[in-house]
Design a protein. Structure first.
Length: 547
C-alpha cells in the first residue's frame, strides 16, 4: 500500500497505490522439462519488467522486438459472418445492422513503449495562496531548474496506468530536481513483488512532447510542441531507496490533452548513451481543431467517477504547506485512471457459448503486455498449473516472480464505427489492484495497438466530456522518408539533405553526426553505420510517394 513516511502522527491512508500494484497469490514454477528460456526486457504495469519467457520448444511466443521490421499491412473493413457476429454480440443475429470489425490476428506479446521528452520547471503558485490544484497549459512556463550544458529534459513513459507522475533519480539529478525542490516527505510505492520509497517534490511544472522533438545530437529542436501542467507535485526516486523507479507521466496530464500516437512514424533517439524507440507522439489541447481524428471511436471512462481536479495533499504540519503526496486526479481522493468501457473475451475451451463481457479493464499505455485477472481466468477455464507459457517478472528492487501465460481465442472491444478485434492473443495472468477497490478484470496493453494509429482524447472529470480512443489502420510508410519529423510522404531532396549530413556516421563509437533514421540497411537489422548500403535503400525508394 502507499504510505507516508514524512510525518507519522498524521497517518494518511490513500485508497489506491501511486502506481497499480501487481500481485499473484500463487506463484508458478518455471522449471518445466523441455521448455526453453528466452531473454527479453518488456514492461508490465506497476514498474515491473518481464525479463524472460519460458515456452515449449515448438511454440515460441511472438515477440515484436525480436522480429524483423515488418511491412505494415493494410487492414480492411470487414463485415463479420453471422456466426462470428453472434459470438461478438449475442443480439447481433437478431439485428438487421451488420457488425463491422478491424481484426488483427496473433498480435505479439509485447507492444511499443510510448517514450516522451519530459521537461521540468519551477512554475508554481506561491505557498501563501493556498492553491493546491494544477494548471494545464499548451506551452512551457517557468524556468528550468538547471542552466548547465546538459539537455534540460528527461526521457520518460507516457503512462495512463499511473495515477501520478514519477521522476527517477538519474533524471531528477540531471534536471536539477533535488535539494530545496524536494520535501521531507516520502511515500511507499508498491509494484511487482516488492516496494520502494520515493520523495515527494515541491510543486513544479511538467511539460512533455514526443521523442521526435529530440535532435540526433541529443538537444530538443524547440519546445513549441510541448504541453503540460504546473503547480504539480511528483514522486522522485532516491539514490538508495528507489534508484530504479521509471520516469512516468501518469493520468493527471492526459486527462487535459489529446495524444496522437503515430505507429507509422517510428522514432529512435539517443539520450545519455541509451537508445529509445517509440512511435512519435503529438500533443494537442482537447479543443484544438488541428488534432487528427479517426473514424472508429472506443468510449473510455475515468474511474472511479467523480474526479474534479488534479491536486496534491498538503502537509498540515509544515508551515510552508509542502505537499504530502504527489498530485493526483481527486474527487473524494479517487486517483482516477482510464478504463475501456467494455471488453468481450471468448475461449473455445470455456463453457460460455458466447463471449463474456467485462467492464473493469484498464487502458494502460505504460504496459507492453495485456493482462487478465483471476475472475477472467475462472470464467474462461484457464488453469495456472497448465499454462501455454510462463514469464519471469522483476520488480523495481530486483525481486522476481514467475506467472502463467495463455493464448486467448478472441478479444473484442466495441466501438462506434468498426469494432476492434483480435484473435489468438498472448496474455499473462495477474491480479492488479483496482482504484475502485478489489482487483481489475485485466489490462489492455500496447501489444494490441502496434498495427494502428490512434488518438487518446482526455476528459472524464467534472464538466468534461468522457475520454475516447479513436483508431485507424496504419497507412503505407516508406522507410527512406526520413524528413521532416515523421516524413512527408515522399522521398526527395529533403531526405537526401538529411542523409548527407549523417554520411559515414557510426553508432558505436557514436559520431557527432549520427542519425538513426539514416541507418536503414540491412532493412531487417540496421548495422549501426551510414554508408553505401543505406544510400542504396534511399536510391531504391527515390521519388516514391505514399498512396
Amino acid at each position: 500500500m502507499l504510505k507516508n513516511k514524512g510525518f507519522s502522527d498524521l497517518k494518511i491512508s490513500f485508497p489506491m497505490l501511486l502506481i497499480a500494484v501487481v500481485f499473484w497469490t500463487s506463484v508458478v514454477q518455471a522449471d518445466r522439462p523441455g521448455w526453453q528460456r528466452q531473454e527479453v526486457d518488456l514492461r508490465v504495469t506497476g514498474g515491473g519488467r518481464i525479463k524472460a519467457i519460458y515456452h515449449p520448444p515448438d511454440k515460441p511466443v511472438p515477440i515484436l522486438t525480436k522480429q524483423k521490421r515488418r511491412q505494415r499491412r493494410r487492414l480492411r473493413r470487414k463485415a463479420l459472418p453471422p456466426e462470428a457476429a453472434s459470438r461478438l454480440m449475442p443480439l447481433a443475429e437478431e439485428s438487421a445492422v451488420p457488425i463491422f470489425a478491424t481484426v488483427i490476428d496473433s498480435p505479439p506479446i509485447d507492444g511499443f513503449v510510448p517514450w516522451i521528452a519530459v521537461a521540468v520547471t519551477d512554475k508554481r503558485y506561491p505557498w501563501e495562496n493556498w492553491i493546491f490544484e494544477a494548471n494545464d497549459t499548451n506551452s512551457v512556463e517557468g524556468n528550468y531548474l538547471t542552466t548547465g550544458p546538459d539537455p534540460n529534459y528527461a526521457v520518460g513513459i507516457f503512462d495512463t496506468g499511473a495515477s501520478a507522475h514519477v521522476i527517477n533519480h538519474a533524471a531528477a539529478t540531471q534536471a536539477g530536481l533535488s535539494g530545496s525542490y524536494l520535501t521531507s516527505n516520502m511515500i511507499e510505492v508498491s509494484g511487482v513483488a516488492d516496494s520502494v520509497w520515493a520523495w515527494v517534490s515541491q510543486p513544479i511544472g511538467i511539460f512533455v512532447d514526443g521523442v521526435g522533438a529530440i535532435e540526433p545530437n541529443g538537444l530538443l529542436y524547440d519546445t513549441s510542441g510541448m504541453v503540460g501542467e504546473w503547480n504539480v507535485a511528483v514522486a522522485v526516486g532516491d539514490a538508495v531507496e528507489s534508484p530504479n523507479l521509471p520516469t512516468v507521466i501518469g493520468s493527471p496530464l492526459p486527462v487535459y490533452f489529446a495524444a496522437h500516437f503515430r505507429n507509422d512514424q517510428q522514432i529512435t533517439v539517443t539520450h545519455n548513451s541509451e537508445d529509445f524507440n517509440s512511435p512519435d507522439i503529438f500533443f494537442y489541447e482537447l479543443s484544438d481543431p488541428c488534432c487528427p481524428s479517426y473514424p472508429n471511436v472506443i468510449p473510455l471512462e475515468m474511474r472511479p467517477l467523480g474526479g474534479v481536479s488534479v491536486q496534491y495533499i498538503f502537509d498540515p504540519f509544515d508551515p510552508w504547506l509542502s505537499p504530502a503526496s504527489p498530485s493526483i486526479i481527486v474527487g473524494n481522493l479517487s486517483q482516477s485512471v482510464f478504463f475501456v468501457h467494455r471488453v468481450f473475451l471468448y475461449e473455445e475451451a470455456s463453457s460460455a457459448p458466447y463471449p463474456l463481457s467485462y467492464q473493469r479493464f484498464m487502458f494502460d499505455t505504460g504496459a507492453q503486455v495485456t493482462v487478465v485477472g483471476s475472475r477472467v481466468a475462472a470464467d474462461m477455464g484457464l488453469d495456472p498449473a497448465d499454462p501455454n507459457f510462463e514469464v519471469e517478472i522483476q520488480g523495481v528492487t530486483g525481486g522476481t516472480i514467475t506467472v502463467p501465460g495463455f493464448y486467448i481465442d478472441s478479444l473484442e472491444i466495441p466501438a462506434i464505427g468498426e469494432w476492434l478485434g483480435f484473435t489468438d492473443i498472448p496474455v499473462i495472468l495477474l491480479d492488479v489492484f483496482s482504484p475502485e477497490g478489489g482487483t481489475l478484470d485485466g489490462i489492455i496493453g500496447m501489444n494490441l495497438f502496434v498495427e494502428l494509429n490512434f488518438v487518446l482524447r482526455g476528459g472524464g472529470m467534472f464538466l468534461q466530456d468522457d475520454p475516447t480512443l479513436e483508431f485507424g489502420p496504419i497507412p503505407y510508410h516508406i522507410i527512406a522518408d526520413i524528413f521532416p519529423r515523421g516524413g512527408d510522404g515522399v522521398v526527395d531532396f529533403l531526405d537526401l539533405a538529411v542523409f548527407v549530413k549523417a554520411w559515414l556516421a557510426t553508432k558505436e563509437p557514436r559520431s557527432d553526426n549520427w542519425n538513426p533514421k539514416c541507418d536503414m540497411a540491412p532493412i531487417s537489422n540496421p548495422d549501426g553505420k551510414v554508408d553505401f548500403r543505406d544510400f542504396a535503400v534511399l536510391a531504391e525508394y527515390w521519388r516514391d510517394s505514399a498512396p
